[in-house]
Write a new protein. Structure first.
Length: 229
């Protein structure tokens, strides 16, 4: 991601007949605003790597658990399903466990327990996404701020020189726009990954809702049979 970002910035900055600024020159030309932009890039990469590994592991645990628990619940083996959920660290296990522990207390109690546990697990799954959303918003703003600062410096140079030279103005604008290019280039992949993670979380939540719905249906059916008998 770092290489792609810097390479993309490099492609946007050309000199003369196809001669490109190297990455060090781009960094230096961007001025001090490249440091907060670099910080955004570094934090974004760390969060993306951590979140990708975290969601992959939780999704794998969920898939492994839900297949077994759904079969046990469908067969009425609630104690075995509860024992399996007690041993598992999957997010779905925490939700199902909350409901199975109260399967003798009525459907309403089960639904309330499942909703409370589900809200906690959704918050846990979404942990870290606010960082990506913030970075995706802040990086372009930092780039625009660098552009404004660069333009101010360019006009200040014109004021000091006492005359307008095309090379002076063009050079200042080019340097100023480097930070804008950097900010946008950092924000785009971070925003893409943020949306990808949101989609993965939504998919996991849907799977958990389907499983808890099956559990509630089975428990309601059992309660109805007990009441009828």
């Amino acid at each position: 991601m770092i290489v792609w970002t810097l390479a993309a910035i490099q492609e946007t900055v050309r000199l003369g007949e196809g001669q490109a600024l190297n990455l060090v020159e781009i960094w230096n030309a961007g001025g001090f605003m490249m440091f907060p932009l670099g910080f955004c890039l570094a934090v974004g990469i760390l969060v993306i790597i951590w979140k990708f590994m975290d969601l992959m592991a939780k999704a794998a645990r969920n898939r492994s658990l839900l297949g077994e628990v759904d079969d046990m619940i469908a067969q009425g083996r609630l104690d075995e399903a509860l024992g399996l959920c007690e041993e598992s660290k999957a997010p779905a296990a925490q939700v199902l466990r909350a409901g199975l522990r109260r399967h003798d207390e009525g459907t309403e109690r089960v639904i309330q327990a499942v909703e409370n546990a589900g809200a906690i697990q959704v918050a846990e799954l979404e942990r870290g996404l606010v960082w990506l959303a913030t970075l995706a918003n802040v990086a372009p703003l930092l780039g625009f701020l660098g552009t404004v600062i660069g333009m101010i410096m360019a006009f200040q140079a014109i004021e000091i020189a006492g005359e307008v030279e095309a090379t002076l103005v063009a050079g200042g604008i080019k340097v100023a726009l480097i930070t804008t290019a950097a900010g946008l280039t950092i924000a785009i992949p971070i925003n893409i990954m943020h949306n990808y993670f949101v989609t993965r979380v939504d998919r996991m939540v849907i799977d958990m809702e389907e499983s808890t719905g099956k559990m509630i249906d089975v428990l309601h059916e059992r309660a109805t049979h007990r009441a009828a008998s």
